[in-house]
Design a protein around this ligand. Structure first.
Ligand code: SAM
Ligand code: SF4
Length: 468
């Protein structure tokens, strides 16, 4: 299919502007929208705009309550875990908020070689990770071009240890052409992720001064190229803090809608990065449009209601206490034990800011993150079943929508969490984890319950990678 996209046609700034100008927030209208949202069929942009304008504390709590209940109905208490793997901070672009920007002389540059990449992966596998996100700057020199990324992906998948291997590798790398995306697909990546940073054209121009990324249209059409090349699972997101969050949220939803119209399925995930301090960046230290915690929670709650079946990702940019609130309102995937500098896992003792992309807000180990999630009643899941069984794109949505999730996702979450408890957990985490698995299994019925019991026993008896 040849998708012809005219510049920015699906990000209609005039339409977004008109929506934001005509906002009403009568309590009754808001309550009607929340009643519709409870059916988990999504919301129109006009409805999203009304929810964005809610400030009354009582109404806001009703909004949060609705988001919590939709999240609970669709995802239950599962939360998927992953870790980013930064392989290189070499970059030819000039994004003013990022420590990796080419003019930053304070940053120590480093691109891991294949042996260093394998030792990072070994570290992560030996700490229980099954799902990674490979991340790199956008380098143009011949040694660190696309071939370097492909070699890195092969190196990551090649690592096999007695404790396991990486089962799903997602990628957050610079936008590619359709032909290059075809090659990327053949490397077996899971989700291709790329953030628009800001959908507001004029702000984009001011934030991206040089390099290929300075081209707004090349960036904003990236997911259409990826999907045209056959990559079913794509992940989008703005970088909150660069422009008005209301504009960014509406634009993100327009982006999702355009992908759904063109390819029959929207983005697999939406991420919610908020700007963090970055070495030598004034914009990162003082973002032009800072997003308050309350507004950030609103963004998450409204997104959950607008696109109920889309995965929502939060990274360690946020601190642990705040992350738990975000999870309850809609987040379905979090990173844990993250480092955002190349080589940062093996050398994790010294939390280095001079090679890092930004400052992380949550420095807990994966075991600490898992224990605290389990203490809050969540089942941390390392499940990668859908991708490995070919349930991607529309097929994944078919599974998700009619509530089939219960019979697949719960047993897979329990099986992978039980693996973690058997192979990696500290005694304290194991105790809390066993308790939460028992509670969740008891709360289920029928096939879901039967599978949870069976999978848990199989893993305890030594079997690994039990999936359905
Ligand atoms: N270089 C590629 C790109 O820009 O798309 C991919 C990797 S880049 C390291 C990943 C993301 O980090 C960017 O898309 C941006 O949203 C985010 N980022 C950059 N600077 C940041 C900061 N100061 N705080 C939080 N996130 C930041
Ligand atoms: Fe380079 Fe990406 Fe950072 Fe921009 S956000 S400077 S492209 S690593």
């Amino acid at each position: 299919m040849g998708i012809v996209l005219e510049k920015g046609t699906f990000i209609d700034e005039a339409k977004i502007g008109a929506l934001l100008e005509n906002v009403r927030t009568e309590p009754e209208a808001v309550r009607d929208i929340l009643a519709k949202a409870r059916e988990a069929k999504g919301l129109a942009l006009e409805e999203v705009t009304q929810l964005m304008a809610v400030t009354d504390p009582e109404l806001l709590e009703e909004l949060f309550h609705t988001a919590r209940s939709v999240k609970e109905t669709i995802y239950g208490n599962r939360i998927v875990l992953f870790a980013p793997l930064y392989i290189s901070n070499l970059c030819g672009n000039e994004c003013v908020y990022c420590a990796f920007r080419s003019s930053n002389k304070e940053l120590k540059r480093r691109a891991l070689n294949m042996d260093e990449i394998k030792s990072e992966v070994t570290y992560l596998v030996n700490h229980g990770h099954k799902r990674l996100l490979v991340v790199a700057g956008e380098a143009y020199d011949s040694k660190h071009s696309l071939k370097y990324i492909y070699d890195a992906i092969e190196a990551i998948y090649s690592v096999k240890t007695p404790k396991g291997e990486i089962r799903r590798l997602n990628a957050n790398i610079a936008p590619l052409s359709v032909d290059d995306f075809r090659d990327l697909k053949s490397t077996r990546i899971g989700t291709y992720q790329c953030f628009q940073e800001t959908y507001h054209r004029d702000t984009y121009r001011k934030m991206h001064l040089r390099g290929r990324k300075a081209d707004y249209d090349w960036r904003v059409t990236v997911m259409h190229r990826a999907m045209e090349a056959g990559i079913d699972d794509v992940g989008i997101g703005p970088l909150f803090g660069l422009y008005d969050w209301r504009f960014e949220l509406l634009a993100t939803l327009l982006h999702a809608k355009s992908l759904e119209e063109c390819f029959g399925v929207g983005p697999h995930t939406i991420s919610f990065p908020r700007i963090e301090p970055a070495l030598g960046s004034d914009v990162a230290a003082q973002p032009p449009y800072p997003v308050s915690d309350t507004d950030f929670l609103k963004i998450i709650a409204i997104t959950r209601l607008a696109v109920p079946y889309t995965g929502m990702i939060l990274s360690t940019r946020e601190n642990s206490e705040f992350r738990d609130k975000c999870i309850a309102l809609g987040i379905s995937q979090v990173s844990a034990g993250s480092r955002v500098d190349p080589g940062g896992y093996e050398e994790s003792e010294n939390k280095k800011f001079d090679t890092s992309q930004f400052q992380v807000g949550d420095y807990r180990t994966i075991d600490e993150v898992i224990r605290s999630l389990a203490e809050s009643g969540y089942i941390p899941s390392f499940c990668t079943a859908c991708y490995r069984m070919g349930r991607t794109g529309c097929d994944f949505m078919d599974l998700a929508k009619p509530g089939e999730i219960k019979n697949h996702c719960f047993p897979n979450a329990v099986a992978t969490f039980q693996e973690y408890l058997e192979d990696f957990a500290s005694p304290e985490t194991k105790e809390v984890g066993e308790k939460v698995i028992a509670e969740v299994t008891d709360s289920l019925t029928g096939l879901a319950q039967e599978r949870c019991r069976k999978f848990s026993e199989l893993v305890k008896s030594g079997k690994r990678d039990v999936i359905c």
